[in-house]
Ligand binder design. Structure first.
Ligand SMILES: NC(=O)C1=CN([C@@H]2O[C@H](COP(=O)(O)OP(=O)(O)OC[C@H]3O[C@@H](n4cnc5c(N)ncnc54)[C@H](OP(=O)(O)O)[C@@H]3O)[C@@H](O)[C@H]2O)C=CC1
Ligand SMILES: Nc1nc(=O)c2c([nH]1)NC[C@@H]1CN(c3ccc(C(=O)N[C@@H](CCC(=O)O)C(=O)O)cc3)C=[N+]21
Ligand SMILES: [Mg+2]
Length: 292
């Protein structure tokens, strides 16, 4: 039997159509949602994602601005730009594409973004709010995964969930959202002793490690939902070398899992969809504040 495909392109299209309607409403109140994306350096993968983000905004009827800086930029210039954008009422979301070049202190840049405009949900205050179950901007990738699980009718409450990866942008917030939703969560990482012993117990397996096709069918519990966050290139010497692939070996896992996300077309488009949703929400809050 082959796993059900959790189609992130299809779900994104549905959600973005709804967002576009809400964008019209908030525009009618005189507020045009606006996302600013800051890109430092010339990482080709980052350039693709940033292009997708900007295109997603335009299609949903939102404004987007993009500021590009060379790799050797003095961090002060970026911090000054963030301060200017924080003070600009026409801007509702600020996203600084990660990773940043080595002369940057990532935390310093993320903390400089106004909590109200932190549509990535990476600011310490938003992370703290999320961990306490308070209203916050949820990080886009984990939030998109929760939407995919819901749309796929996958029960989270009471499920044994295993997250592989403990990064601040994916693994940790993913674990928090799953915990909040009632899953029993295990977080695995490079120091985990027997990874397969954990993954084989998972009703829901979320993989965010950045290793091409690392998770194979024999590591997966029959019928499990497998969510592949990875964005890698197929290594040289393998079939389809250079093409996009996830952290999950789709070919072997699809015969064991009950549901699976593809790469591309799974988590990636949902990440951008949730970014648009957060930007819209920020604009709606701005409209409330203006009393319109
Ligand atoms: N689809 C999307 O929208 C997005 C996709 N991504 C992709 O998701 C992947 C993960 O991203 P990100 O979280 O930023 O990555 P990081 O490199 O920041 O973190 C990787 C995590 O995986 C763990 N890890 C690495 N190798 C192994 C291993 N062999 N066994 C167990 N754990 C391991 C690391 O452990 P340790 O902490 O011990 O080092 C670390 O916690 C990447 O492919 C990235 O491109 C990222 C963001 C959004
Ligand atoms: N501040 C910040 N916020 C982020 O959200 C952020 C970041 N930095 N740095 C990098 C990661 C990665 N990420 C992706 C977004 C979309 C796709 C995406 O659209 N993927 C398409 C394919 C894209 C392609 O064709 O290459 C898909 O999976 O179908 C992938 C990855 C956001 N990230
Ligand atoms: Mg990282």
């Amino acid at each position: 039997m082959s796993a059900r495909i959790l189609d992130g392109n299809a779900l994104s299209a549905d959600v973005r159509a709804q967002l576009a309607e809400s964008v019209k409403e908030v525009k009618a109140r005189g507020v045009t949602p606006c996302l600013v994306v800051i890109l430092v350096g010339d990482n080709p993968a980052s350039a693709v994602y940033v292009r997708n983000k900007v295109a997603g905004c335009e299609k949903a009827g939102m404004r987007s601005l993009r500021f590009d800086y060379p790799a050797d930029t003095d961090p002060k210039r970026v911090l000054d730009k963030i301060a200017e954008l924080n003070a600009d009422d026409s801007v509702h979301g600020i996203l600084v594409q990660l990773p940043l070049p080595p002369q940057f202190e990532e935390k310093e840049v993320l903390e400089a973004i106004s909590v109200d405009k932190d549509v990535d949900g990476f600011h310490a205050e938003n992370v703290g709010r999320l961990s306490q179950g308070q209203r916050a901007f949820f990080p886009c990738t984990p939030h998109g995964v929760m939407k995919l699980l819901a749309a796929g009718d996958i029960d989270v409450s009471g499920a044994d969930a295993v997250v592989i990866g403990r990064s601040n942008i994916v693994g940790k917030p993913m674990a928090m959202l799953l915990t909040q939703a009632g899953a029993t969560v295990t977080v695995c990482h490079s120091k985990t002793r027997d990874l397969a012993a954990h993954t084989r117990r998972a009703d829901i397996l979320i993989v965010a490690i950045g290793r091409p096709m690392f998770i194979t069918g024999e590591m997966v519990k029959p019928g499990a939902a497998v969510i592949d966050v990875g964005m890698n290139r197929i290594p040289a010497g393998l079939p389809n070398e250079g093409k996009l692939c996830g952290d999950v070996d789709f070919a072997s896992v699809k015969d064991v899992a009950g549901a699976i996300t593809p790469v591309p077309g799974g988590v990636g488009p949902m990440t951008i969809t949730m970014l648009l949703a957060n930007t819209l929400e920020s604009a709606q809050r701005a409209a409330e504040r203006k009393g319109v």
